[in-house]
Every structure is written in structure tokens, then in C-alpha cells.
Design a protein around this ligand. Structure first.
Ligand code: BTN
Length: 337
């Protein structure tokens, strides 16, 4: 039943015009009654579907922001990213789920998305809050054949995809920046964080799989919804744009862009072909930053990234240091950016 539902939605959305009941039955190999049931179910969920005798069904309007398997699948325009998709209303952490998929043999590009995470994970062992009905939380499983030292660049690749998709969702009206390496920032506040986890083969000589997890604050209405610790630095797309954003459409767009940039990355296995595009969005380029290195903090001027995706920081002495993402984080001199 679930698959019929996404397939019917995809057919209606893809056509943009009337699709006859007969066509739907033939294309999906289901009975008229099954089609009719799904159409009624969709209507009950808030989809406006016109039924005209002898012409069929036409999708007039979708509810503003439904996150469901059907909604996501019907918006996918990819070859491999998200083609195996698990949608969960509630889970612990989509990263953990995607790692399980990695163990169980799911294919490259498998995506796990959820409305609620009750044990979402942030970077450096911190938690990640997801508020029901507002966040876009998903993880993608990758099975690359490149060496492990290249893996940290994949989050920069994802950051590019997310930043572009977010900007498009806001109709290009806002400048969406990347705070190195992969926080997405609007008006100096964070709207998205990413967590990449790598699992090596038992011999430890190859990547078995990578999981890139993305959490976007989409439809939070006010800053009060965020935990106190992040209220001064976080925001949501809705707060910035003043309107709701469709999470399924946003996910589809992110995956499409990610697939494209991942392909470009594979051509050189570094950021050389993506460096300029990334740098054009880099928050604080040319500004003074504080590098929080466990071996000792220092300040310098951000000079962009190199081909390995490291941040180049020019210290007062003129020395240029390449900062590797791992354990280090970078802040503006007076706060988060
Ligand atoms: C950060 O600390 O900035 C990283 C946050 C990453 C959150 C996402 S939400 C989807 C995926 N599942 C998780 O448990 N974490 C990541």
C-alpha cells in the first residue's frame, strides 16, 4: 500500500495534468479500487486532487509540509541518492539507522529520514535536538572506494549541496553561507549541522561505509523553540524567510545537488574543482578567526580552503596554517561566526 501511494503521487506530480484511473492501474499494476483508495487517503491528508470523469485525476495542491515516504520519493530526481529510502516518523538517530543499513548491505546512496529523533547526535559527542514537525533530519549511506583520508571532504561536498538547496528554497532571496567546514549559516546564525561517521573494514585498510547526517532547522516558528544554549546562535528557515518550507522538496533538491557534486569530487578525489564554488559561500573569508585547537588556541585571518578542504589561516607572523577539521573548530573573534 505504501509503495502504491508514493507511486501514484509521483505519477500525478510528474504529469502535472490529468492521469486516468486506467493509466494509473496499468502503470502500477494495481486494481481500480486500490487506486481509488489511495486517492481518498491522499485527499484526507490534505492533498487537493481533482477527479473528472473520463479524464482522471489531477494533483492541484499538496499540503504545505508533509514529510512522508511518498512525498520524498515523488520529489526525487536522482540516479542513486535516496533511491533506497527509509522514512521513520520517529527514531533514535538517523545516523545510527544508516550505519545499521551499512552493516546490512543496503546500497550506496541509501537514505534514512525521520521526523523525530529522540537521540539525535551532534559533533564532538554532543546531542542534537529535533523538534517534531519542524526539522529535516536525514543520513545518507555511501560506499566509496577512495582512501579514508579523503573522507572528511565529503561533508564539504554535502555542505555545498545543502547551502544551494536552502538558498533555492528561499527563492534566492537570502545569502546562505557555509561556516567551515560544514555548518550552514543565514544572517550569522546556524540553520544546519552535519555529522559524518566512517566505518572501516575489519582489516582497517578500506572504508566499509560512510554515513553523512544532516540536520536542518526548517519550520521552527520562533527562537523560543530552541534549547537555551543555542538560542543566540541558531535559527530556522521559517524564521528567516517568514514562511513554511516544504521539507520533502528540500530533501529531494539536496540529494540531487549532492549527487552532482559527489560526481565532481570523484573526478579528482579532492576539492580542486569545487573549491571556488565552496569559497564563494565561505563565511568570514578574509576575517579574523579563532582556531580552537586542543593543542592550543590561536587567531589568524581566514584565507579560504585548499584542495584538501583544509582551512588556511594566516597567523600574525605571516605563517599560513592548514587547519584540518577533525578535532578543531573555528569561531569568529566575537562569537559563533
Ligand atoms: C552538529 O553538531 O552540528 C552536527 C549535527 C548533525 C545532526 C544530524 S540530524 C541527522 C543525523 N542524525 C544524527 O543523529 N545526527 C545527524
Amino acid at each position: 500500500m505504501k509503495t502504491d501511494r508514493s507511486d501514484i503521487l509521483a505519477c500525478l506530480r510528474g504529469s502535472g495534468d490529468y492521469v486516468s484511473g486506467q493509466q494509473l492501474c496499468e502503470r502500477l499494476g494495481v486494481s481500480r479500487t486500490a487506486v481509488w483508495k489511495v486517492i481518498n487517503q491522499l485527499k484526507a491528508e490534505g492533498y487537493r486532487i481533482e477527479s473528472v470523469s473520463r479524464r482522471g485525476y489531477r494533483l492541484v495542491e499538496s499540503p504545505e509540509d508533509v514529510l512522508s515516504e511518498g512525498e520524498i520519493v515523488s520529489r526525487l530526481n536522482t540516479t542513486w541518492a535516496g533511491r533506497t529510502l527509509y522514512y521513520r516518523e520517529e527514531t533514535g538517530s538517523t545516523n545510527n539507522d544508516a550505519k545499521r543499513c551499512g552493516e546490512e548491505g543496503d546500497p550506496h546512496g541509501t537514505v534514512v529520514a525521520a521526523d523525530i529523533q529522540n537521540a539525535g547526535k551532534g559533533r564532538r559527542g554532543r546531542g542534537w535536538q529535533t523538534i517534531p514537525g519542524t526539522a529535516l533530519s536525514f543520513s545518507i549511506l555511501l560506499r566509496p572506494s577512495f582512501p579514508a583520508e579523503r573522507a572528511s571532504m565529503i561533508t564539504l561536498v554535502m555542505a555545498l549541496a545543502v547551502a544551494e538547496a536552502v538558498e533555492a528554497a528561499l527563492d534566492g532571496n537570502m545569502s546562505v553561507r557555509i561556516k567551515w567546514p560544514n555548518d550552514i549559516v543565514i544572517n550569522r546564525r546556524k540553520v544546519c549541522g552535519m555529522l559524518t561517521e566512517m566505518t572501516m573494514t575489519p582489516e582497517l585498510d578500506e572504508i566499509q561505509y560512510l554515513v553523512v547526517g544532516v540536520g536542518i532547522n526548517v519550520n521552527n516558528e520562533s527562537l523560543q523553540e530552541f534549547q537555551e544554549e543555542i538560542r543566540d546562535t541558531a535559527t530556522s528557515l521559517r524564521i528567516e524567510a517568514g514562511r513554511r518550507i516544504n521539507r520533502a522538496a528540500l530533501l529531494g533538491d539536496v540529494l540531487g545537488r549532492f549527487e552532482k557534486y559527489y560526481q565532481t569530487f570523484l573526478e579528482t578525489l579532492d576539492m580542486s574543482r569545487l573549491r571556488e564554488t565552496y569559497q564563494a559561500r565561505l563565511q568570514g573569508l578574509g576575517n579574523e578567526v579563532r582556531v580552537l585547537d586542543p593543542a592550543g588556541e590561536y587567531t589568524g585571518v581566514s584565507r579560504g580552503i585548499n584542495d584538501r578542504g583544509e582551512l588556511i589561516v594566516e597567523r600574525e607572523s605571516g605563517e599560513r596554517v592548514a587547519v584540518y577539521a577533525g578535532e578543531v573548530s573555528v569561531r569568529g573573534l566575537y562569537g559563533y561566526v
